[in-house]
Write a protein that binds this ligand. Sequence first.
Ligand code: GTP
Ligand code: MG
Length: 196
Amino acid sequence: MDTKKSSELAQSVKIILIGDGGTGKTSLVNQFVHRKFSSIYKTTIGVDITPYQVLVKDTGKIIRFVIWDMSGQTHFEQFRSRFYTGSSGAIVVYDLTNASSYLNIQTWIKECRNACNKTIPITLMGNKADLDELIILETQQPKTEFPAVLTSAKNNWNVDKAFFSLFEAIIGQKLEKIEEQSTETTHISYDHKSGS
Ligand SMILES: Nc1nc2c(ncn2[C@@H]2O[C@H](COP(=O)(O)OP(=O)(O)OP(=O)(O)O)[C@@H](O)[C@H]2O)c(=O)[nH]1
Ligand SMILES: [Mg+2]
């Protein structure tokens, strides 16, 4: 198949990644898209946008998901609503070793539903599952109607499963990976002082 030509015609679907700062949003995207992990924490300033193409099983049709990895930092809150525009699905990440990130899930869901629409598909990721001895949320399932997948961005555990479960919920069909693809991240910053 001529992937390049097909991708020019590919349907484009925006998804957003939200959740408290430090829960591992950027690490999950890096593991999912680039198969890379770094233990150095570099907070996201603004939003990082990364495309990821998949095939619709048995059809050869390509769908281009565009992952918007938002900053979870509270000082970004007032600028965030504009970045939700046009999203077809959302991932809310919490940290299994951090109770407040878990308690804030509902706030993130509310913000997302207000900025997008009430019926937007949402998947929860309980991340850092590799930190056995530090996990305090292991047995707690989030009290929401949304599916939750426990993940480790560090060990690449359940990362594909979590992203694909949201993708398939949006598209309503089984999807397959495309191994070779170009995935260049674009960064949108914001001016902290002027608020633009
Ligand atoms: N052990 C472990 N550490 C992780 C995991 N995921 C992320 N981290 C670490 O957690 C820290 C924060 O990760 P980020 O991916 O930058 O978090 P973020 O949610 O993007 O944070 P903001 O951009 O500030 O909103 C980094 O030091 C990562 O190495 C994981 O699955 N296991
Ligand atoms: Mg980040």
